[in-house]
Design a protein around this ligand. Structure first.
Ligand SMILES: Cc1ncc(COP(=O)(O)O)c(C=O)c1O
Ligand SMILES: N[C@@H](CCCC[NH3+])C(=O)O
Length: 435
């Protein structure tokens, strides 16, 4: 298993994260347990802040909170000086509860409800990212009724097909997100937004998908969007001040993944944007990005206890752990891979492949289809790495499993940032119809 951030193997062959021994964490907080290497998350934020900048362009980094969000994470993101992308009333509520600066909140979503728009407009979020025409009409009504203005970006689809899993590719022509830049009425629609009295058109947003490794796809996006911005200026006489290029920067989950060298890539991307803007005689727009996964994925590890070991009739070797697809849906949903190890026996020889599965009533309840590990014993501690993004945030209560606690580990100290759910939490909203 590749080690990230502050992960270390101590002299007893045990895994430590943020200076905390994983065995002690498991004993003190139970398993399954989401452990977040706080210093590693902060490092990633700092990396983005320091490398996504240029002398000639204004830039901004927005953390895509769908990857992993809770009040502690909001505080961390605020302290590190990033802005925040939220995509639902619930994410927005969390950000407001955490007192995240409202003008640094970007409110996304392809089907925002009237109630969600009311909260966004009333609280004065920085930008509402409009997805479509009906949402624009709804926002017009909301702003008029509240007598308040809203700053917006329009999400558009430039038809770029980036190489990634179909479920997380977002700019095929058939994608549900945004309005196509090829639609006949796109220029008149932008003009209408621009001329709308309570809505202030600031610019455009486009996000090509997630877990993408080819820099060409991002460079193509930037170039196509600049051409589009020039066309908007010519055809609709509207100036685009901001260009948000979304997130999607791929991370290492297994040895088939080769992440971009972000510092070099950003230098090239921003240079190309500047040069192309000049060649189109455009005043360069402010450039924004929205990384989610690449801020948190590698900082997260999930710890599980081995409860059983089984060899099937046809020879497949299973390790049963006390978590499941309910705390990590990614392998079942995207056939994604994670590396793993026995956190209490990091130096033992890995001899055979084991599949790791959990407690759910599904044959597709897979945490790993096969990974080389030492011969496991009941009670061993399994560490699944790179679970910081889209694990806790996609967790469910399937089979009435309780969601694990989330721990931030840093410099030998562990703090609970989300408590483990209890059985009582599971029934608290159930209505008792019978005494
Ligand atoms: C609009 C938008 N922005 C940002 C992101 C973050 O993407 P990632 O976590 O791959 O960086 C997503 C998720 O794909 C998204 O839909
Ligand atoms: N949930 C996905 C990514 C979705 C990206 C958000 N638009 C994953 O785990 O990879």
């Amino acid at each position: 298993m590749k080690l990230f951030g502050t992960m270390e193997i101590n002299n007893k062959g045990q895994l430590e994260i943020g200076g905390c021994n994983c065995l002690t964490l498991a004993r003190n907080y139970g398993t399954p347990l989401y452990v977040v290497d706080e210093a590693e998350v902060r490092n990633q934020c700092k990396l983005y802040k320091s490398f996504f900048r240029s002398d000639s362009l204004r830039t901004e980094v927005i953390y895509a909170s769908k990857a992993f969000l809770n009040i502690a994470m909001c505080k961390l993101v605020e302290e590190e000086g990033l802005s925040l992308d939220v995509v639902s009333g619930g994410e927005l509520y969390t950000a407001l509860k955490a007192k995240f600066p409202k003008n640094r909140i970007y409110f996304h979503g392809n089907n925002k409800s009237e109630a969600e728009l009311v909260i966004a407009v009333k609280s004065g979020v920085g930008r509402i990212v409009l997805d479509n025409k009906s949402e624009f009409r709804l926002l017009q009504q909301v702003t008029k009724r509240l007598g308040k203005k809203a700053n917006v970006l329009l999400r558009v689809n430039p038809g770029i097909v980036a190489h990634t899993h179909e479920y997380i590719s977002t700019t095929r022509h058939s994608s549900k997100f945004g309005e196509s830049i090829f639609a006949e009425d796109i220029y008149s629609f932008i003009k209408e937004i621009y001329e709308s009295p309570d809505i202030c058109f600031k610019g455009l947003h486009s996000h090509i998908g997630s877990q993408i490794f080819e820099e060409g796809s991002f460079l193509e996006l930037a170039s196509v969007m600049l051409d589009f911005i020039q066309a908007i200026r010519r055809k609709a006489l509207v100036k685009t001040l901001e260009l948000n290029l979304g997130g999607g920067f791929g991370v290492y989950y297994s040895d088939t993944d080769t992440p971009l060298d972000l510092p070099n890539f950003f230098e090239r991307l921003l240079d190309e944007i500047y040069v192309k803007s000049k060649s189109l005689s455009l005043e360069p727009p402010k450039i924004l990005i929205e990384p989610g996964r690449s801020i948190v994925a590698n900082a997260g590890t999930t710890l599980y206890t081995v409860g059983g070991i089984k060899k099937t009739y046809d020879g497949k070797q299973f390790i049963f752990v006390d978590g499941s697809m309910a705390d990590n849906i990614r392998p079942a949903l995207y056939d994604s891979k994670h590396e793993l190890s026995l956190a209490n026996r990091m130096n033992d020889k890995c001899k055979e492949e084991f599949a790791v599965t959990g407690k759910c009533c599904e044959s597709g309840d897979i945490l790993s289809k096969g990974f080389k590990l030492p011969t496991p014993n009941i009670g061993d501690l399994v560490a699944v790495s790179s679970t910081g993004a889209y694990n806790y945030s996609m967790a469910s209560n399937y089979n009435r499993l309780t969601k694990p606690a989330v721990i931030f580990a840093k410099e030998g100290e562990a703090k609970v940032v989300v408590k483990r759910e209890t059985y009582e939490d599971l029934v608290k909203n159930d209505v008792h119809l019978v005494d």
